[in-house]
Design a protein around this ligand. Structure first.
Ligand SMILES: [Zn+2]
Length: 432
């Protein structure tokens, strides 16, 4: 299949993002000494730089097109570095990454950038900005190929038609063909497989659409490591399917407990896709992330993935989610929630041991902090005790609120044990 209706894929802008944004998400692709100080009160802010640069991307694009006409080897991604003096003028500029020594191109870029005027600031700003130039047609056709691959792999080959994975993929592809779900390449997404594939609901005039957006980076990754991109798209397709089935229900998922359960669901579909289609197909070389995801579903019912990648304790989430449905009194339900908090408060935090063990003792605390307020609200709602108007745990149950604050202090005192490990494992899993 080819999704070639011009309406189904939209291109946003040819701008990927400023160095600040990019540095925050990858940190690897840029020279660390050449980043603007985001929000520095003396230099220009990222906002101020973007406001001038975004409308002028066309000028840099024109240099790129002219350069390409002379030399097709010019890369599609370049970094341009320039210096903005306090008066807002540009004093120096250079193509810092792989301009391939194509003089006319670099001269053209320099000429444009030195003509830009920025707002005044108290000090000079050193800016590095990544630009991605893509031939739109080739980018769109590469993006289409991702959906075509999924259709080939899942819909056009004999598959169990009633499996959840099959339904998530086949139903969403059908929605895409009918343009009820749109797909697009969105240049402003970060260059990351995890953050570069997103499902959202957007309003366009008076219509509302579900949209799966991917970054150009993800399109590139698909060419060399297709399975991780397919898996990520399947995850978003599960979100798209939930939205298609119940748009109101989808938008209702506002609190962290429902969002976690909902994310967990999409990861389980993704894991089943890896199990049923990626691992069974010798053409693919699954990434460590995909192997971890699938192994966790198979070996421990998703527990280690939930703890390691999502930072949540499923058991605590489950306990807090289900308490409202128990056939016991309101007071007994609240006592159960309180008991959960008391147990976590009573357990000492060890500060010596393996990073995993240290991290592990923090995860249930984190989940309890995230999910308890919603759990209390569910319990009250089940007993008709949530009056209309503002409601807070603090106002409704001061004693439980106090215990939550105590638990929060306990977490805060040891937060590095949690965040350092979580960030390390997430980083490790995004390398392949
Ligand atoms: Zn998700």
């Amino acid at each position: 299949m080819r999704i070639n209706s011009p309406l189904t894929i939209m291109l946003a802008t040819t701008l990927l993002g400023s160095a600040c944004m990019k540095a925050a998400t990858t940190g690897a692709a840029l020279r660390t000494d050449a980043q603007p100080r985001c929000g520095d009160k003396n230099g220009l802010t990222e906002e101020q730089v973007r406001e001038v640069v975004v409308p002028r991307v066309k000028e840099i694009s024109a240099c790129h097109r002219k350069g390409l006409a002379r030399n097709p080897a010019i890369p599609f991604e370049i970094n341009i570095r320039w210096m903005i003096e306090a008066d807002g003028g540009v004093s120096q500029s250079a193509v810092t990454s792989s301009g391939m020594g194509i003089k006319e191109f670099e001269e053209c870029v320099k000429r444009e950038v030195t003509g830009w005027r920025f707002p005044r600031a108290a000090r000079r700003s050193d800016i590095t900005f990544p630009f991605v130039f893509k031939d739109e047609a080739s980018l769109l056709s590469a993006a289409n190929q991702i959906y075509a691959d999924l259709e080939e792999l899942v819909v056009k080959t004999p598959s169990p038609r009633n499996s959840r994975v099959y339904r998530a993929i086949a139903d969403t592809l059908a929605e895409i063909k009918k343009a009820r779900i749109k797909v697009r390449v969105l240049m402003t997404l970060p260059p990351s497989v995890f953050e570069g594939v997103v499902f959202d609901v957007v309003r366009d005039k008076d219509r509302e659409y579900g949209v799966i957006s991917i970054s150009p980076y993800v399109v590139d990754i698909h060419a060399r490591r297709p399975s991780i991109v397919l898996s990520a798209i399947v995850h978003e397709m599960q979100h798209a399917r939930s939205y298609a089935i119940s748009p109101a229900g989808f938008k209702d998922k506002k609190n962290s407990l429902e969002r976690y359960l909902y994310e967990r669901d999409a990861y389980i579909i993704e894991a089943e896709f890896v199990r049923d289609y990626i691992l069974k197909n010798s053409r693919y070389d699954p990434t460590p992330f995909e192997r971890f995801l699938e192994a966790s579903l198979r070996e421990d019912g998703f527990r280690s993935f939930s703890i390691g990648m999502l930072g949540h304790d499923m058991e605590i989430a489950r306990t807090l989610y289900l308490v409202s449905e128990k056939k016991v009194s309101h007071a007994e339900k609240l006592a159960e929630i309180e008991g959960t908090l008391e147990r976590l408060l009573a357990k000492p935090i060890l500060t010596k041991g393996s990073p995993w063990d240290l991290y592990l003792q923090m995860v249930p605390i984190y989940s309890a902090l995230q999910f308890t307020p919603q759990s209390i609200r569910y319990v009250n709602a089940a007993h008709g005790k949530v009056a209309p108007g503002p409601w807070s745990v603090k106002g409704a149950h001061p004693k439980l609120w106090k215990r939550l604050l105590d638990l929060e202090s306990k977490f805060a005192a040891n937060r590095a044990l949690y965040f350092d490990y979580l960030q390390a494992i997430q980083k490790k899993m995004s390398e392949f």
